[in-house]
Design a protein around this ligand. Sequence first.
Ligand SMILES: [Fe+2]
Ligand SMILES: [Fe+2]
Length: 198
Amino acid sequence: MTTDEMIIRLKATLKERRFNHTLGVASEARRLAPRFGVDVEKAYIAGLLHDCAKNFTPEQVEDYCKRYGVALDPYSRKEPALIHAFLGATVARTDYGVDDPEILSAIYYHTTGKPDMTPMEKLIYIADLTEPGRDRDPGRSPEVSEKLKSLVESDIDEALIYAIGYSLSYVLKKGNLIHPDSIFARNYLIENRRKKLD
Ligand SMILES: [Fe+2]
Ligand SMILES: [Fe+2]
């Protein structure tokens, strides 16, 4: 499937706000790709598809999980916001014909993160937060994007620590469950930072 065909399908599947966010993340991922040392075209595709399962109904979620044997962990079962990332990797493969593991894992981990993330996983995690449309999120100050953008220029892992901290504070504010992978992702980065300073 070409990226133009992907965009047509995404437009038909996603709500308008989500579709616009998707285009924003794809452009942002493409722009930042050289900084992360990843392939520009792959970054664009990962950005386009990262939220491809976001507006699925509970019935669609159930159907895809059954049909493709997607096993959701206990946290995703209890926290629907997490499902779209884990399921999105499957949908990117089955509905959009993407079989590149680098792209699929970036989609899979774009909400939780994980320890020892690949450059593509880091890129999509950050681009999801820095695309310009996110500045309109309720309660979000534009400084968040500015801070992330400047950290990306100086130190990608510091940008990621900040990004994960921002996401965790959002989850805490909403009173939602925290996926342990987010904690492990942050701990991994903090330990690495300490090793670098030793
Ligand atoms: Fe997402
Ligand atoms: Fe997103």
